[in-house]
Ligand binder design. Structure first.
Ligand code: ATP
Length: 436
């Protein structure tokens, strides 16, 4: 379990075809700003554990026993990957969250021996954990190195990895960025750290074990989604450590593949111009696909784009839209325009200038918009305007204000737009993963 929640019995292994091993996603994180790569804490006497902090979002620990034999294959390596909380360990106190660094015990009596055997069998052992309770940002800003929560995490992992005493590493995502499971940032970082794109991974023999499997009492399905994204067979701790078998649980994460249509289906009905000069306003949630739609459909027809994220204020938007219309250039207002009051500003402008006004309404549901938001923030190449991740409140605010646009408000027409994925194979591979 990543950050609290209930757990249940097992589901059988699921296997899916692996994605290409590695793709250079331009992280929003400046790696140069990260602490030196696995720098030992002392130059004189290297300790078995080294730590690396990436930005404020990822903690990486690597444990190398003093006396160890390298059992891993030089080619096509087998990976034994685990979630941590409620998978390898649980609290001793019985609390959902640990009280102190020593508030842990093995999740099951078989854990330590089993991980030791995996090492003997040539597996590379790694932990991928969501740890949003660890705070880094505040302390870095204050010029300190470690927060209390980070110190506690390091102490706990030092004890766990020392007890196992096998070569292993831990990746902990501290914020809701590209590193957070089910997203693949930690997996990519791991592949990068161990040159696994060169060495190769035996996906059939590798696996990921986690308790967030989407079963009725699970707090989420982020572990299952992570395994599917990484192309790893998935097991629950009950199945892996106790041999319990249960029917597969449905993946309860937002599955974007429903929006990826076949080639012929994926061509949206084209937007057509109705008047030589017109004002078009968009209405749709943040990250519903408005700007992408403009770029694909209206820009080629010669419409000018007015967008408040770029122009900052509504009066500025009105001023720029007016200038375009007075110069005989059709305009699209690429804002959310959630309610009739906001839309009235544009209807009034159109009326004043004697220009017909139309509305394009984006039907993308909230979970799709959240998905788009996460994909956009984490992938530079799918994010031409370098947008950062919008907070959840942005979606709630839209929902609260939203009133469906109607022709009676003063529009010539209202065009409903269903989301259809458009992009090349690489964009489809990224966008088609579980993100939220
Ligand atoms: N038709 C599409 N096909 C594939 N991906 C899309 C499509 N539309 C949007 N996306 C993805 O969703 C992200 C968000 O879309 P976009 O920026 O167009 O939304 P928006 O409604 O303009 O957002 P905002 O209101 O926050 O400005 C894009 O960066 C892109 O990754």
């Amino acid at each position: 379990m990543a950050e609290g929640g209930a757990k249940r019995a097992a589901s059988p292994t699921r296997t899916i075809s692996p994605p290409p091993l590695r793709r250079k996603v331009e992280s929003s994180i400046n790696k140069a700003s990260a602490a030196s790569f696995f720098a030992p804490t002392s130059q004189k006497k290297p300790k078995p554990i080294s730590w690396r902090i990436v930005g404020t979002e990822l903690v990486v620990g690597k444990y190398t026993p003093q006396k160890t034999s390298d059992t891993t294959a030089e080619k096509n390596r087998k990976i034994a990957a685990f979630d941590m909380d409620s998978t390898l360990i649980k609290t001793r106190s019985g609390n959902t969250f640990p009280r102190s660094a020593d508030d842990w015990q093995w999740w099951d009596g078989s854990v330590a021996a089993k991980l030791g055997s995996l090492h003997e069998e040539g597996y590379q052992v790694v932990i991928f954990s969501n740890q949003k309770k660890i705070s880094i940002q505040k302390e870095i800003k204050a010029g300190k190195t470690d927060s209390k929560s980070l110190t506690m995490f390091k102490e706990k992992l030092t004890a766990i990895m020392s007890a196992l005493n096998i070569p292993m590493s831990v990746y902990a995502a501290t914020q809701a960025t590209e590193y957070r499971k089910p997203r693949l940032g930690m997996w990519r970082e791991f592949i990068d750290d161990y040159d696994l794109d060169v060495i190769g991974i035996d996906h059939k023999e590798s696996f990921f074990v986690g308790d967030a499997a989407g079963r009725p009492n699970d707090h989420s399905a982020t572990d299952l989604g992570f395994a599917i994204n990484a192309g790893l067979p998935f097991k629950t701790p009950e199945e892996f450590f106790k041999g319990v078998v249960e029917p597969p649980a449905p993946v309860t994460l937002f599955n974007p593949t429903a929006y990826i249509k076949t080639e012929s289906e994926s061509v949206p009905i084209p937007f057509t111009r109705k008047h030589p000069l017109e004002l078009v306003i968009f209405c749709g949630s943040p990250a519903s696909g408005k700007s992408t739609y403009f770029k694909n459909n209206l820009e080629p027809l010669g419409y000018e784009r007015v967008n408040q994220d770029l122009l900052k204020t509504r009066p500025k938007c009105v001023k720029v839209a007016r200038e375009h219309l007075e110069a005989n250039r059709s305009v699209a207002i690429d804002n959310t325009n959630a309610d009739p009051e906001t839309r009235l500003v544009w209807i009034a402008l159109a009326k004043e200038l004697g220009v017909p006004i139309r509305c394009v309404h984006f039907l993308s549901p909230p979970d799709l918009c959240r998905h788009n938001n996460a994909v956009r923030a984490a992938n530079k190449e799918l994010n031409p305007e370098a947008r950062t991740s919008l907070p959840g409140i942005a979606f709630g605010d839209f929902k609260r204000r939203f009133k469906e646009p109607r022709v009676e408000e003063g529009f010539v027409d209202v065009t409903d737009v269903e989301f259809r994925f458009q992009g090349d194979e690489e964009a489809r591979r990224i966008w088609g993963q579980f993100w939220v």
